[in-house]
Design a protein around this ligand. Sequence first.
Ligand SMILES: Cc1ncc(COP(=O)(O)O)c(C=O)c1O
Length: 444
Amino acid sequence: MKSTTDRRSFFKKAAVLAGAFSSNSLFEQLHAADILAKNRQYVSLSPQEMAENEDFWATIQQGYPASSSPVLNLNNGGVSPSPLLVLQAVDRYSQLSNQAPSYYMWRILDQGREPLRQKLALLGGCDPDELAINRNATEALNTIIYGLDLQKGDEVIGCKQDYPNMMQAWKQREQREGIRYKQLSFDFPIEDDETIVEAYRQAISPKTKIIHVTHVINWVGQIMPVRKICQMAHEKGLEVIVDGAHSFGLLNFRIPDLEADYFGTSLHKYLSAPIGTGMLWIKKEKISKVWPLLCNGNPKSEDIRKFETLGTRSFPLEQGIGEAVNFHNGIGAERKEARVRYLKNYWAEQALGIPGVNIHTSLQPAYSCAIAGVSVDGLSPQELERQLLGTYKIHTTPISYENIHCVRVSPHVYTRLTDLDRLVAALGELSAAHSSQPLGQKGT
Ligand SMILES: Cc1ncc(COP(=O)(O)O)c(C=O)c1O
């Protein structure tokens, strides 16, 4: 672990190097100082070997102010904090914007959007003309849900474990236009792709037009076999919308390789971009038929930019995305995925060994990455969350929804092993105190 002096020098370097207005100015330079050296030192290590290399990750941890938060944040799946470099960039752009907002935002920062689109396209392995930049996954996916022409009686298949904002959007279309929204229900964890694909296949009827699927289920972190679902759906002439809120910036994949038709994500989750940033991807030939949610003068245009008529919004946040991509690339997508999965398994495997503690997520690499659900016999999810926060200053999120009852834990690249030791110790103590008690009967 680095000393406080090293940490200060890292922040100082970050502050100096983050001065330029560009979306690619700084992380490479920081690498030159600290991380490049580590990359060179460990160039021969595989991502899996790197996942366990605490020396490398200590350098990454120092880039995040959240690594020294008095409350241990284990709800990165909700919103992830940004590294200092991103925060400083946003601050810089914000200071600039507030000198003459319409000049600096609309004439200067606005010019950063096309380079940013290209940078995001490189990351997503797609054509920049298929990417619109917006404010969050809800906006991206609602754009698709409301933008597609459907007739009364047409069917959409989703599942009860999709995200509420999207389920509500489909239900509103159902109420308003008479489309039919069918919902499957899964008992996660499921460690077999075919069971999942088959459930969607069986639900298809001659009226079905669309499958809506969540790439990483937010409640318990199950990774869904999206590509196989898309292939099956396309064989039947259906389109697929993918909710990638938790997958982009976490799992190492190219968006087109999912073989979906539409993909929406937040950038303020595992990419660690500024809070309030998102992205929409639409397969090129489908763009013209999707109506913009926020209207544009040419709604049937083939130009993806028609989805960016958002009115006044935060250009500083938007431009900060570029620095988050730099930071992500500096780590390396494969390494990041391997590290976060390693962190999840590090705590979850230990927790599994504690009597009275249950894990609600598969620990096989194909079926989960960062997120896992945990419960303690004798404690409701709400009580467990309250105890973790109140007694141990560990922030998680309680889930009591449909067939899922657990506390969701989601570490990030800045999480230390000692943080997770703290969680495991807390689970051990809480389990020892409560596991012989009937649910909800005892408080500490
Ligand atoms: C699966 C999933 N989709 C969509 C969203 C919505 O994200 P946002 O609040 O950034 O719009 C979330 C948020 O947690 C989510 O978990």
